[in-house]
Design a protein around this ligand. Structure first.
Ligand SMILES: [Zn+2]
Length: 225
């Protein structure tokens, strides 16, 4: 703040101005390519417009007259009863708060939505860091697409599984349908029946089995067309 004030006070002077600061971190921030703070951004803007300014670092508390005076004035300022200067909020803090609020709203909408409850059962917490873009796995996560129950609900087709034992839900196809017994044997861990979808998705081998099941169901859909 002191550097900014010094620049603002002397920017109309047509001579070389030497500014000394004992804050190495501020001088490094001014020298860096990133504008991490509003004040640093303003300082850089002033420096860009004039070649008259030279900034130097000096060691603190070693008896330099100007530095001692600045210190004593800074101490005096802390004794004031009211604040006469407001420092704007840093951009990083605003960004953090916006992200926090966005996540809260997103989570609240996700909790109360009536859609995608199957997916909610798998991922109840929203996250910016999760991205599952696989075509086959997305059919499982959204329960849309190849599964007979979806085909029945949206396209008036048979919602019963081809095995004839149950509705063609995701749970039936992944855990119970005898048609996929050999796929489960080849790819799933032995205790698959006590594992959740997410455990299977994140198990590399089981994940291949899940995709195989979806691929068979997709072929079924094509056969029915
Ligand atoms: Zn079946």
């Amino acid at each position: 703040m002191a550097i900014l004030r010094a620049l603002e006070m002397s920017k109309d002077i047509e001579e070389e101005i030497y500014i000394y600061s004992d804050s190495r971190s501020v001088l490094m921030a001014i020298d860096s390519l990133q504008d991490s703070h509003y004040i640093i951004f303003k300082i850089k803007n002033i420096l860009k417009q004039s070649d008259n300014f030279k900034l130097f670092w000096i060691k603190a508390h070693v008896g330099k007259h100007g530095n001692e005076v600045a210190d004593s004035l800074a101490k005096k300022a802390t004794e004031k009863e009211c604040i006469d200067h407001i420092v704007p909020l840093p951009r990083s803090w605003i960004r953090f708060k916006l992200k926090e609020s966005l996540i809260e709203n997103w989570q609240s909408n996700w909790n109360s939505s009536r859609n995608a409850r199957f997916l909610f059962g798998i991922f109840s917490d929203v996250s910016f860091n999760r991205c599952l873009g696989d075509f086959y796995l997305n059919q499982i996560l959204t329960t849309h697409g190849a599964f007979p129950i979806h085909q029945g609900r949206f396209f008036g087709r048979q919602s019963l599984c081809r095995c004839g034992l149950d509705e063609g839900t995701v749970s039936h196809c992944v855990y119970g349908c005898p048609r996929f017994h050999s796929i489960r044997e080849r790819f799933f861990p032995r205790n698959f029946s006590v594992l959740g979808f997410i455990d299977l998705i994140f198990d590399r081998k089981a994940c291949v089995g899940l995709k195989e099941i979806v691929a068979v169901l997709l072929r079924d859909c094509l056969d029915d067309c």
